[in-house]
Design a protein around this ligand. Structure first.
Ligand code: GGG
Length: 357
């Protein structure tokens, strides 16, 4: 039987995005060649990002979404470079894709890896894992607001940045979180809120959470203020399973979670359009790291883990599990980059993962 061929768009974008996307592609290509004809991958690489911006004044072409629309999945690196204002690069590429394709669920597992020293208890914490489910289409990243609203000139500027919470947006991410929790050993959803201080959007968020929770009597649920949640991540993460949070809260908490696992470089993520109307996008959580870009020492683990999430999404759970196992074996064997206290290069870690596939 002919292998099923998946068409993947690679968008390395900026900085270390190039090195880690290259690592993930190497692992996936090896896996496809070794899949006994189960699947094949056809890649198309796009040169969009901050360099593209300096040539064209845009982070991606005007018809960028149309160019991506028919791919089976998107594999993304990282966005941001000192020559372009951060809000221009982020909104011009990553957020343009996430919001343009209504990738409303951003799944960010907090995974502890064998052989990686966690600052949580100064030891290997592979008995812990939880997942942050980020509302990825609205909330604090609605883009609503404006500047120069006072009309009073320099020194008196007023800017407004509005959060948008819709009942439909809240409900779909809550249901997604509960459905995910049902599949886990510990079926529980914790909602992150700040409704004591933000008395409009976050109160709606809480009300929808309670209503959705009532439809899932088999799943435990609780709520936690975002500030208390930051402390809970550090002090009592053992009772966490699925953590559902707004766009900004989840952005911050998922970075904290990955740092607790050892480094931001470990964290993988999936930006999903669960209805599969548009392609979903897989990327490491970390940014472009201009300070180490081009040195060959970027941590590829988050990007390779994101490739495993992409395989699962494409209906290839066994190859995805092979990648996860190989990653665990590689870190256990001491293939650790500088951000995890080691000396291994991106290419050496990738080679060790290949050895353990
Ligand atoms: N690979 C993820 C990435 O490039 N992140 C850059 C960033 O600033 N992201 C902000 C966000 O996730 O909203």
């Amino acid at each position: 039987m002919a292998p099923r061929t998946f068409h993947i768009a690679a968008i390395p974008a900026d900085g270390v995005g190039h090195e880690v996307v290259d690592a993930g592609r190497t692992v996936l290509d090896a896996l496809a060649s070794d899949s006994g004809g189960e699947f094949a991958l056809e890649w198309t690489e796009f040169d969009w990002g901050s360099d593209y911006y300096s040539r064209t004044g845009r982070m991606m072409p005007e018809d960028g979404l149309e160019q991506l629309q028919d791919f089976d999945a998107l594999y993304f690196g990282a966005v941001g470079w000192p020559s372009v204002p951060d809000h221009t690069s982020l909104w011009g590429l990553r957020l343009a894709i996430c919001q343009g394709f209504d990738q409303w669920a951003n799944v960010r597992p907090v995974q502890f890896h064998p052989g990686v020293l966690s600052p949580l208890r100064k030891a290997d914490q592979t008995d812990l894992d939880w997942v942050v489910v980020r509302e990825n289409s609205e909330g604090e990243y609605s883009g609503l607001g404006g500047r120069n609203l006072s009309g009073r000139g320099p020194g008196n500027e007023v800017a407004v940045q509005s959060s948008l919470f819709t009942e439909k947006g809240c409900e779909r991410i809550m249901r997604f979180a509960f459905d995910l929790a049902r599949k886990r050993d510990h079926p529980k959803v914790t909602s992150v809120t700040k409704s004591n201080a933000q008395q409009h959007g976050m109160v709606l968020w809480d009300e929808v959470f309670e209503r959705v929770a009532a439809d899932y009597p088999d799943v435990d649920s609780d709520r936690c203020l975002v500030d208390a949640m930051a402390a809970r991540f550090v002090l009592h993460p053992e009772d966490l399973s699925v953590v559902v949070a707004s766009n900004l809260h989840a952005d911050i908490l998922s970075d904290l979670g990955s740092a607790l696992a050892g480094s931001l470089g470990l964290a993988s993520s999936a930006n999903l359009n669960p209805e599969r109307r548009t392609p979903s996008m897989f990327e490491p959580v970390h940014g472009s790291a201009p300070d180490i870009a081009g040195h060959g020492i970027a941590n590829p683990i988050g990007a390779i883990g994101s490739a495993a999430l992409m395989l699962s999404h494409l209906g290839l759970p066994a190859p995805a599990a092979r990648v996860e196992r190989a990653l665990g074996a590689a870190t256990a064997a001491g293939a650790l980059p500088p951000d995890l206290g080691g000396t291994a290069t991106t290419k050496q870690i990738t080679a060790t993962v290949l050895d353990h596939l």
